[in-house]
Design a protein around this ligand. Sequence first.
Ligand SMILES: [Zn+2]
Ligand SMILES: [Zn+2]
Length: 123
Amino acid sequence: LSLVLIPPVFRSCWVCFATDEDDRTAEWVRPCRCRGSTKWVHQSCLQRWVDEKQRGNSTARVACPQCNAEYLIVFPKLVLPPPPQGGIAFVAIKGAFKVYFKQQQYQRQAHRKILDFPEPEEA
Ligand SMILES: [Zn+2]
Ligand SMILES: [Zn+2]
């Protein structure tokens, strides 16, 4: 009888280098064609990385520096209260709209998600 001990394979994030061991609650994503240890990344880490690449332009395309696969970034449908209106001076409305659109942009950014690459994972 032979006992083969297979060491547990932990995913490791290529942004912060943390593994499943380090943070068991983190959300993982496999956003590109990369194989092996570099294919996994934390959802939150990748978002931060994408932010840096996009430099404020949230519609810019971002691809993996290793395999060049473009990341699939989805934005949720926004559920925000309608912009305030009526009864306020024009200047105030203008200001409120500004805040509203800022908020909307922030919400979009905050709730976007990067999807797994749409390719079956090879064993
Ligand atoms: Zn990470
Ligand atoms: Zn890649």
